[in-house]
Design a protein around this ligand. Structure first.
Ligand SMILES: NC(=O)C1=CN([C@@H]2O[C@H](COP(=O)(O)OP(=O)(O)OC[C@H]3O[C@@H](n4cnc5c(N)ncnc54)[C@H](OP(=O)(O)O)[C@@H]3O)[C@@H](O)[C@H]2O)C=CC1
Ligand SMILES: O=C/C=C/c1ccc(O)c(O)c1
Ligand SMILES: [Zn+2]
Ligand SMILES: [Zn+2]
Length: 357
């Protein structure tokens, strides 16, 4: 690591084009500013968004791009104005690393909805340099976007919580869906979905998994604690669950009809969209009007919610179900993730990887 005065040279694994294939890439991090925390990356979760971004699914990708926004590591240096973090502590960083601090969202503590937010990768920082993510030996992050990892959470377990975990926790809190006894549906049992089951169960909800196949039924009920499991293509199972759910967390990353799932909601039920889908979805309006139902979206969570969620997970003993890989296996991991072949989150063991391989 360089000194406070110099820029740091780091190695990450970057996509170079929409093939999304990652390879070693060396670049420099900015000189540590007063508010900056320098993080030696230990682990980084692999989110489906990493695929959307590296493969340019949204048409806004810039290359070379080092993905990764479920970052856990060790503080190796802090700027002169940093008081809440100390060298040696285990910390995390997530999807955004900057905001305007002036707008309504920033002032109300919902900085993730800031119109001038800065993404942890595939964006441009205030110094004009590209932001690069956590598939790298180090990151430098403004202290506002760094969070302490509770001692009761293993670092590799905590990594997926920095995106998948807070993405579920935030809407449940915001929409007043944290009280026990609610009946929730989790659509898409993947990285976000499996944390949805765990967090909703820990809140005392009856949880139904809605999956595209029967393959995950046993794990969903026996390992994750789901109370029910529906295969979305099975009309009888879907019909039997009509008008039964207070909310559905929809994590499906591809185009899909909404009407079958709106029919599962009770009156006043909420369909909470999380999947990044760059095609219009549709529904006939009576399905929403005649049950006063809500279709809404949600985006990660605030740093305050991230802190709260980590405390909640530690208190409830929640862990993510992960498959740890080294960086030279990351391209295979991304392929498997895209093929829905992971239970349920890949986590890259960055610190023990040979990044120059
Ligand atoms: N809004 C936000 O803030 C966030 C959004 N995201 C987005 O949410 C989505 C899910 O992310 P993540 O959980 O990491 O992804 P995963 O790939 O881990 O999980 C997605 C799940 O959706 C289901 N699925 C996958 N492909 C299909 C398909 N072709 N048809 C039907 N169902 C399918 C599978 O569940 P099953 O096998 O049960 O059908 C799969 O496990 C992504 O689009 C991601 O970009 C992620 C984090 C934050
Ligand atoms: O995985 C975290 C980010 C999700 C995300 C949500 C919406 C959007 O337009 C994105 O580009 C990413
Ligand atoms: Zn993510
Ligand atoms: Zn703002």
């Amino acid at each position: 690591m360089g000194s406070l005065a110099s820029e740091r040279k780091v190695t990450g694994w970057a996509a170079r084009d929409p093939s999304g294939i990652l390879s070693p890439f060396t670049y420099t991090l900015r000189t540590t500013g007063p508010e900056d925390v320098v993080i030696k990356v230990k682990y980084c979760g692999v989110c489906h968004t990493d695929i959307h971004q590296t493969k340019n699914h949204l048409g806004m990708s810039n290359y070379p791009m080092v993905p990764g926004h479920e970052v856990v590591g060790e503080v190796v240096e802090v700027g002169s104005a940093v008081r809440q973090f100390k060298v040696g502590e285990t910390v995390g960083a997530g999807v955004i690393v900057g905001c305007c601090r002036e707008c309504g969202s920033c002032k109300s503590g919902d900085e993730q909805y800031c119109g001038k937010k800065i993404w942890s990768y595939n964006d441009v920082y205030t110094d004009g340099k590209p932001t690069q993510g956590g598939f790298a030996s180090a990151m430098i992050v403004d202290q506002k976007f760094v969070v302490k990892i509770p001692a009761g959470l293993a670092p590799e377990q905590a990594a997926p919580l920095l995106c998948a975990g807070v993405t579920v926790y935030s809407p449940l809190k915001h929409f007043g869906l944290m009280q026990g006894g609610l009946r929730g549906g989790i659509m898409g049992l993947g990285g976000v979905g499996h944390m949805g089951v765990k967090i909703a169960k820990a809140m005392g909800h009856h949880v139904t998994v809605i999956s595209s196949s029967d393959k995950k039924r046993a794990e969903a009920t026996d390992h994750l604690g789901a109370d029910a499991y529906i295969v979305s293509s099975d009309g009888a199972q879907m019909g039997a669950a009509a008008d039964s759910l207070d909310y559905i967390i929809d994590t499906v990353p591809v185009f899909h009809p909404l009407e079958p799932y709106l029919s599962l909601l009770k009156v006043n039920g909420k369909l909470i969209l999380m999947g990044v889908i760059n095609q219009p979805l549709q529904f006939v309006t009576p399905l929403v009007m005649l049950g006063r139902k809500t279709i809404t979206g949600t985006f990660i969570g605030s740093m305050e919610e991230t802190h709260e969620m980590l405390q909640f997970c530690e208190k409830k003993g929640l862990t993510s179900m992960i498959e740890i890989v080294k960086m030279d296996q990351v391209n295979e991991a991304l392929e498997r993730l895209e093929r829905n072949d992971v239970r349920y989150r890949f986590v890259v063991d960055v610190a023990n990887s040979n990044l120059d391989a």
